[in-house]
Design a protein. Structure first.
Length: 144
């Protein structure tokens, strides 16, 4: 597991579950031109690239709870980053993962999708191909 995926004990005893986690690295909301929102471990690949490239003009929002969808929190962030273009990023093919759920349930936000192409299987079965596709997702997220 990625070291950043672990919570401190104080987060359990003094805090609570966060359905949505805003970006702490991004710059001022008015300067943010793109929002990448995602769920799961792809966040760590995106955050690593964001820091490496010093992209404070991109905010990465983690959606920690898909159901019930925290639409009010997402709407508030949509207003906060009102100058930005939004994209849902997922590792799974477009016809899998949370994309179809979001398409049906998150209609108050205008956003695009960045993922693997639709397919019959969630994985290619080849580590090199998987790594290449993963790199393409990250590259697209930061260059589009």
């Amino acid at each position: 597991r990625h070291p950043g995926s672990y919570s401190k004990i104080s987060e359990f005893t003094g805090g609570g579950f966060q359905e949505v986690i805003d970006d702490r690295f991004a710059g001022e909301p008015a300067q943010v031109i793109k929002v990448l929102f995602c769920s799961g471990k792809i966040y760590f690949d995106l955050a690593e690239r964001q820091v490496k490239d010093n992209r404070r003009d991109i905010a990465i929002i983690r959606l920690e709870q898909l159901y019930p969808l925290p639409a009010n929190q997402l709407d508030a962030l949509y207003k906060k980053y009102n100058n930005a273009t939004w994209f849902w990023i997922q590792e799974e093919p477009l016809n899998m993962g949370a994309a179809s759920f979001l398409l049906m349930n998150l209609k108050s936000i205008n956003y695009g999708f960045i993922s693997r192409q639709p397919g019959a299987s969630p994985a290619t079965g080849y580590a090199k191909v998987h790594a290449q596709e993963q790199a393409e997702i990250i590259e697209t997220a930061f260059s589009i």
